[in-house]
Design a protein around this ligand. Structure first.
Ligand SMILES: *[C@@H]1O[C@H](CO)[C@@H](O)[C@H](O)[C@H]1NC(C)=O
Ligand SMILES: *[C@@H]1O[C@H](CO)[C@@H](O)[C@H](O)[C@H]1NC(C)=O
Length: 295
């Protein structure tokens, strides 16, 4: 095959990826997202395929989805700010608006230079959160882009890092545990969290290291949008198996994923509300099944 043909194929390939780019997330920012706050701390690059948010002493910034969703497999590629990020929080989460919120959080807790950024997750259902888990990642999340995903269907909520499950929250309504039911928006932000994020709030942001800039890509949204027409049936539609993330295959981790998940829990978890006896003398009811412990 000569060089010209190769080049032609390469162009076709690249073009093909852009056109059918749903898997690749290669759509422009404003296809699905809008800036919510800190306009002058947001820049869009690469024809809107990358967003940068920065935090300085004046402001942080955030963006969110234009629509609300009732199920989906949400993803974001993120490269965090590097060096001394103590007190800086970068978040990718789903949240309902109004009272008694449902919320699914990825929160990256910055750290002093040379110390690892901690990834905290949390799950709120009907206003009840207090379910923090923390993992130390097996890579430096400020060195490169990595993919973070949140699966939400009527059976399973799961958090993934580069395809590896790090957290599971099953639908345990049959044992009385509330499960998210409200339409949620996708949110991304960088903000000052130095009253809690690093060393329990003791290490403050050093503003001489600012601005802190995090980069985001992957603006396709695999989600079932809340119907604009109010109808009691809309909820059921978002659980329908015509949406791939609702298919049986996504109702639970498979054997291989369970192994990966247990490996992460064993090697990288550094806090789990489920084992915090001072906070929860009685282990919360959802913990056993979310850890695949059979009792
Ligand atoms: C939880 O699962 C049950 C089936 O076990 C289902 O009937 C219910 O709709 C689910 N709840 C939510 C909030 O998705
Ligand atoms: C903040 O960072 C600067 C530059 O790295 C350093 O000189 C200074 O000592 C730091 N301040 C604090 C309070 O750690």
């Amino acid at each position: 095959m000569n060089f010209c043909r190769l080049r032609f194929l390469a162009v076709l390939l690249v073009f093909g990826v852009h056109v059918g780019g749903a898997d690749n997330g290669d759509v422009a920012f404003d296809t699905s997202y809008k800036i919510i706050w800190g306009n002058d701390h947001v820049s869009l690059l690469d024809q809107g395929r990358e967003a940068q948010l920065s935090l300085d002493i004046n402001s942080g910034a955030g963006f969110g989805s234009k629509l609300q969703y009732e199920s989906g497999f949400f993803n974001m590629r993120i490269k965090l700010a590097n060096k001394n990020t103590a007190g800086v929080v970068t978040a990718f989460y789903l949240a309902s608006s109004g009272n008694s919120q449902d919320e699914l959080d990825f929160e990256f807790l910055g750290n002093k230079e040379g110390k690892p950024i901690i990834l905290q997750t949390n799950v709120f259902a009907n206003g009840k959160g207090d379910r923090e888990q923390r993992v130390l990642l097996w890579f430096d999340p400020s060195a490169d882009f990595h993919t973070y995903k949140i699966l939400w269907n009527h059976r399973l909520i799961a958090f993934y890092v580069d395809g590896i499950p790090i957290r599971v929250f099953k639908n345990n309504t049959k044992i009385g545990v509330k499960y998210p039911t409200k339409a949620m928006e996708v949110h991304v932000s960088i903000f000052n969290g130095d009253d809690w994020a690093t060393d329990g709030g003791q290490t403050k942001i050093n503003w001489t290291s600012s601005p802190f800039t995090a980069r985001f890509q992957g603006f396709n949204v695999d989600g079932c949008p809340l119907s604009q027409v109010s109808s009691t049936n809309s909820r059921n539609n978002c659980y329908a198996s015509k949406y791939w993330w609702n298919k049986r295959k996504y109702w639970n981790l498979d054997r291989n994923q369970i192994k990966e998940y247990q490996n992460v829990r064993e090697k990288y978890m550094n806090y789990d509300y489920c084992t915090d006896k001072a906070r929860y003398p009685v282990t919360p009811p959802e913990c056993a099944s979310n850890q695949y412990i059979t009792i």
